[in-house]
Design a binder for this molecule. Sequence first.
Ligand code: URA
Ligand code: SF4
Length: 184
Amino acid sequence: MDPGLLLGELAEEVRTCEKCDLCRSRTKAVPGEGSGRSVVMLVGEAPGGKEDQSGRPFVGAAGRKLEGLLMLAGLSRDDVFITNIVKCRPPENRRPRREEAESCRDYLRREIEALNPSLVVLLGVTALKQFFPSSEISTARGVVVESGGRRYLPTYHPASMIYNRSLEAAVSEDFRELKKLLGR
Ligand code: URA
Ligand code: SF4
């Protein structure tokens, strides 16, 4: 089946999902979004306030950072597929709990299966830990890992650059590496 259609169906399921308690406090669930033909998937942590209001991933301050980073890789939002570990906003933007990530895990698995990306960028520690539980972000970042026929590139979360300017150079370097990995 066409990846775009599969991803559209999956998004519909996410919008009405009540598999964990985050469904109670959310305004809108935020399914993954982007090109069904992309070879690149980016995985963040969880929707924030703007995302919760609009139902779209990375549209707030972190989203503006992400768009700037994508430019370094010669990409725009339309060239990639953007999603999160959990699809509903945790109250006060706290980190998602392990059981929430577990409840939501199957949606991410199916997004990956539908898109079949060759490269998955893991944005921050929550995304990293879901895929590689024993890895540490400080040593894993910028190092490509091959697993199950896919390449994974962990980096810091774009929002962390807002709070810690010293991370900006590292994240920028990782997105320039992404450009090279894509042969651009
Ligand atoms: N931060 C994330 O991890 N995901 C979003 O969608 C927005 C901010
Ligand atoms: Fe469903 Fe995921 Fe939202 Fe929980 S976070 S309600 S599992 S979509």
